[in-house]
Design a protein around this ligand. Structure first.
Ligand code: TPP
Length: 377
């Protein structure tokens, strides 16, 4: 057969029928961030939960202020404050059951503390002492994670493993807007959706990744919209409305627990203070923007709701403040003590079997310490 004859024999056929594998519409976020405080939904909120959120917000803000003061006194190497973001921190901690796991980033010390981690132990890493400082298994809080987004695949792995073992465990992983550009973010969300892992991703969009504003971070309509590309629902919530964040996370946790798979929640909030005590935020943003956000403050919002509805009075406000002061005084006192540290601990928990280089360095340090002690006598 000639080539022309072969071409003549070819009859184009339409491609096999194609449809989207799932309907994308239910996965799309409502572009108006969900709010409870100051709306009709507030009447349905549990007063006990609102009061508890309030007490934790007040304690959390005081913790942030105290930790920042400790950096100025040289007691803490660095502190990434979550002032202005306390609603996300506290709601993330309170929404989980004891058997669940929290995977925080370096900005989420408050979430760890609100979940029960000792306030001093939660600062061990930032003090530069050694390792995590707390036992991650005690309160099921993974180490505060400095490499951006690396906690997310860990959370997915843990959640997937729990499901395979038949354990009723949900993992909640926290990450910043900047962290959403990392490869680990993509890999974690993709695996989570494919495996339908019981995991909830909470992105705190606080406007900046150090000096980089969100507009330079992504061209997506919102970070919550990214969920659709992975095949999981995306939700947008007012990150300064503690009741709303708690409700949206509670829905996502319930869904994950019931086998419905992962959810991506984007909380719109604002980092009121600098990235850390080592950063000068005035170099990349103006006071007016900060002031606007101060007007939508998580504590003031909840306090207003509670007092308007007669659920909180002067006495209650004072009691929350007093409890926060007691916590701060204890934190100060304990952080001002020098913990007994063994420099040899530097080598502990690095590898199950230390490498030859590590063994060499270990021997060198041991000899130097011994020589130092002899010199002291
Ligand atoms: C893998 C990795 N790359 C870069 C950094 C340096 N770094 C530390 S914090 C930060 C900004 C992160 O911003 P975002 O994720 O929005 O969180 P935020 O600090 O605002 O809470 C960067 C780039 C890092 N820690 N890890």
């Amino acid at each position: 057969m000639t080539v022309m004859e072969q071409r003549g024999a070819y009859k184009p056929t339409p491609p096999p029928a194609w449809q989207p594998r799932t309907d994308p519409a239910p996965l799309l976020p409502d572009v108006r961030p969900y709010r409870v405080l100051g709306t009709e939904a507030a009447a349905q909120a549990d007063p006990g939960l609102l009061r508890r959120l309030y007490a934790e917000l007040v304690r959390g803000r005081r913790y942030n202020a105290q930790a920042t003061a400790l950096t100025k006194q040289g007691r803490l190497a660095v502190y990434p404050s979550s002032t202005g973001q306390e609603a996300c921190e506290v709601a993330a901690a309170l929404v989980l059951e004891d058997r669940d796991w929290l995977f925080p980033s370096y900005r989420d010390t408050l979430a760890a503390v609100a979940r029960g981690v000792d306030p001093v132990q939660a600062l061990t890493l930032l003090r530069g002492d050694w390792h995590t400082g707390y036992d991650p298994r005690e309160h099921r809080v993974a180490p505060l994670c400095t490499p951006l987004a690396t906690q997310l695949p860990h959370a997915v792995g843990l959640a997937h493993a729990a499901r395979l073992k038949g354990d009723d465990v949900v993992a909640l992983a926290m990450v910043g807007d900047g962290g959403s550009s990392e490869g680990d973010f993509h890999e974690a969300l993709n695996f989570a959706a494919v495996w339908q892992a019981p995991v909830v991703f909470l992105v705190q969009n606080n406007g900046f990744a150090i000096s980089v504003p969100l507009a330079k971070q992504t061209a997506a309509p919102s970070l919550a919209h990214k969920a659709v590309g992975y095949g999981m629902p995306g939700r947008l919530v007012d990150g300064n409305d503690a009741a709303a964040v708690h409700q949206v996370l509670a829905d996502a946790v319930r869904r994950a627990r019931e086998g419905g798979g992962p959810t991506l929640v984007e909380a719109i909030t604002y980092r009121v203070e600098a990235h850390t005590n080592a950063d000068d935020a005035t170099r990349y943003r103006g006071d007016a923007e900060v002031e606007t956000w101060r007007g939508h403050d998580p504590i003031a919002l909840l306090e207003h709701e509670l007092t308007e509805r007669g659920l909180l009075d002067e006495e209650g406000i004072q009691a929350a403040r007093n409890a926060a002061e007691t916590m701060a005084a204890d934190l100060r006192e304990r952080m001002n003590q020098d913990p007994p540290l063994d420099p040899m601990d530097l080598f502990a928990h690095v590898y199950a079997e230390p490498t030859s280089q590590l063994r060499e360095q270990q021997a060198q340090l041991r000899a130097e310490l011994a020589a130092g002690q002899e010199g002291a006598h």
